[in-house]
Design a protein around this ligand. Structure first.
Ligand code: CTP
Ligand code: CA
Length: 226
């Protein structure tokens, strides 16, 4: 509409980002979760906002909150809650980035009262959580871009590319586990980006803000008109 929008990469685009861990309740005082800090998701939200986008972050409990303007945050706890919120907003989005560390399983039953300690050990029955990115990947329209994350400990590239296809991602960000300076909780990261059109790019160990910028540049290069 205006030719004063400058050179911002994602001016006016609608971006959804899932970020942080999910929490799966066992009883009123306990849950199953993981070490995700939400730092990478927050860095991505800030980068997109800097580039003129309207950003909606679906944020797991306790995760780092992005600070920029043009960023709306909806806090959730469980994978199911995260799915329901993402599903509600998905159709309006130009780009969805699935950066959350979604728990793969949740307790089959959530006890209403605090579970008392038994004499013996105990077993918690778990059921598989819905695959948020996988499920919404099947509803992705040709003008939408989906970006996923992967964290692998063996055959990293193979598993990452398999997830790229299986979940209908346009781009997947493989987190390196084997490098000092990369991973959970840290402010730096090292990643390899695989895009659907076969591009592959490995970063140095960089601050997460710079990793985020790299991811935005690769998204911009994708052959999708958003
Ligand atoms: N993801 C998701 N919903 C889930 C599980 C994963 O949206 N229930 C998303 C993550 O946010 C990430 C991508 O899918 O973008 C890959 O997550 P990952 O845990 O590596 O994949 P899984 O399919 O769960 O496979 P596994 O844990 O067995 O490696
Ligand atoms: Ca998983």
């Amino acid at each position: 509409i205006s030719h004063f929008s400058g050179t911002k990469l994602f001016q006016g685009k609608k971006i959804l980002i899932t970020s942080g861990p999910t929490q799966e309740a066992i009883d009123p005082v306990r849950f199953i979760s993981n070490h995700s800090s939400g730092k990478m998701g927050a860095a991505l939200a800030n980068s997109f906002a800097d580039q003129g986008a309207d950003v909606l972050v679906i944020l797991g409990h306790g995760a780092v909150k992005p600070q920029g303007s043009n960023i709306q945050i909806i806090e959730v706890k469980s994978a199911l809650e995260m799915y329901e919120v993402v599903k509600e907003h998905h159709h309006k989005m130009d780009i969805c980035v699935f950066a959350a560390a979604v728990a793969d399983y949740a307790p089959k039953n959530v006890a209403k009262e605090k579970i008392k300690k038994a004499e013996e050990g105990m077993t918690i029955a778990l059921v598989k959580n819905i695959d948020i990115a996988g499920t919404l990947g099947q509803e992705k329209k040709p003008h939408q871009i989906h970006v996923g994350f992967a964290l692998e400990t063996e055959n990293e590239a193979f598993h990452a590319k398999e997830k790229l296809m299986k979940k209908n991602f346009d781009l997947i960000v493989l987190n390196s586990m084997k490098e000092a300076g990369a991973g959970f909780q840290l402010d730096t990261n090292k990643v390899t980006l695989f895009s659907k059109n076969g591009n592959e790019l490995t970063s140095e160990i960089l601050p997460k803000a710079q990793i985020a910028q790299l991811i935005l540049q690769e998204i911009k290069k994708l052959p999708v008109e958003i």
